[in-house]
Design a protein around this ligand. Sequence first.
Ligand code: FAD
Length: 469
Amino acid sequence: ASRMPPTLQRLAMAPVITSLSSRKVAVIGAGAAGLVAARELRREGHKVVVFERDDKVGGTWIYSPNVESDQLGLDPSRTIVHSSLYDSLRTNLPRESMGFRDYPFVVKDGKERDPRRFPGHPEVLLYLDDFARDFELTELVRFGTEVFHVGLVEEGKWPKWVVKSRRRIRNDQESIPIDLDEVFDGVVVCNGHYTEPRVAEIPGIDAWPGKQMHSHNYRIPELFQDKVVALIGSSASAVDISRDIARVAKEVHIASRSVTDGTMGKQPGYNNMWLHSMIESAHEDGTVIFQDGSSVLVDVILHCTGYTYHFPFLKTNDIVTVDDNRVGPLYKHVFPPFFAPWISFIGLTWKVIPFPMFELQSKWVAGVLSGRIALQSQDEMLEDVKAFYSTLDADGLPKRYTHNMSDYQFEYNDWLAAQCGCPPSEEWRKKMYYATGKNRVARPETYRDEWEDQHLVLQAQEDFIQYSP
Ligand code: FAD
């Protein structure tokens, strides 16, 4: 702490909250994380302002047919489209497990509703709309307002945060920016992490003459009609998109880092889809060579290679950084020890069931900010972070896996729940998560319509009765 500028040292020394307090808190983003954060903060008695650059709530779940001017998504001056959804997307989690803990994602009547267990993306947006409406959250949101600076200011007894935001008012000819500076006690960052693409490095790519794009800008398969496509990646999106494209493309060649022997080569059920190891190089004559030795003349390389965390507005003197996609140092993926509890992050984890985890993280943040829940000391938090990073190192995991939680999400949720005095994760939800994972691997084509965990659906529905209006 001694290397910190004086303002930060004062923040680090700030007195521990001893009585329940209502804070003025800014939430950045009105996606699933920002909405549930706003609800929990208000429930705890805080004054909440949600900043949202879009005109609607829902974040990722607001589908846009538009794509960015730079389809690789690397040009910082491009006009940003937030959502990475493609037209055909259906959820990869069953609705029972996906919903917030106390606001189940149940089937609703209505012409536009999608009753399927793994519904299409519009149904998730409708669910989030319902959530915002039922908890009267929309009134907390400043729509069309982008946060471009969050930094420390001295004000009163100890430092606070200035949030600078820009709202654009459109008249007939132009769009006029209106900037506002406002001071808050706390800031909760909920800006999502599926918008800034990460692309694969391919030797020789600069001379390769074909077209490249990132899955962030993939919407419909028609553009790939009769094309030869090399698709890099093996995530849930990569699996879906490769199958979407194979319906119209001439050939789809999937390059995957995690390919296992025996699965390579032509894919069962397809006469135009092959699985390869990674791309070794790309060449001026249009060919792409894979590490398995095969060489293919390719029209398009589609990077389904994930995203990078991006907080262009956050000015923390490099005390919170993004290093090889590790946001850190962060205590339990939420609080940077130096700024706790005045800055927090909701929703950084991946390979999880997002909504219920956002809900628990938000309860924790809200309770710590009011002083109802005690937080470990700064030194204890830093020790915990150090120990966590050491276990990742010992397991040989690169920094970019820091927020990957597949193996311990329920343990983590239960830890959060205990902090907040809430019941642990429901047994059916855990079992359903693993059953779905197994089914997805066994039946990638049909897992959304055929399953064997109907008994868990019944258990979930029984559990949901307590939340029905
Ligand atoms: P987002 O939904 O991205 O919301 C962030 C919000 O912040 C946006 O509204 C954005 O406009 C706003 N914002 C960003 N920067 C600023 C700023 N500077 N100022 C003001 N506002 C700002 N999850 C599931 O549970 N099930 C699924 O099946 C599933 N499928 C997915 C498929 C795809 C292709 C992707 C990309 C994700 C999927 N997810 C799924 C995960 C999904 O990201 C989460 O469910 C969840 O929507 C994330 O919510 P969020 O609030 O963290 O972020």
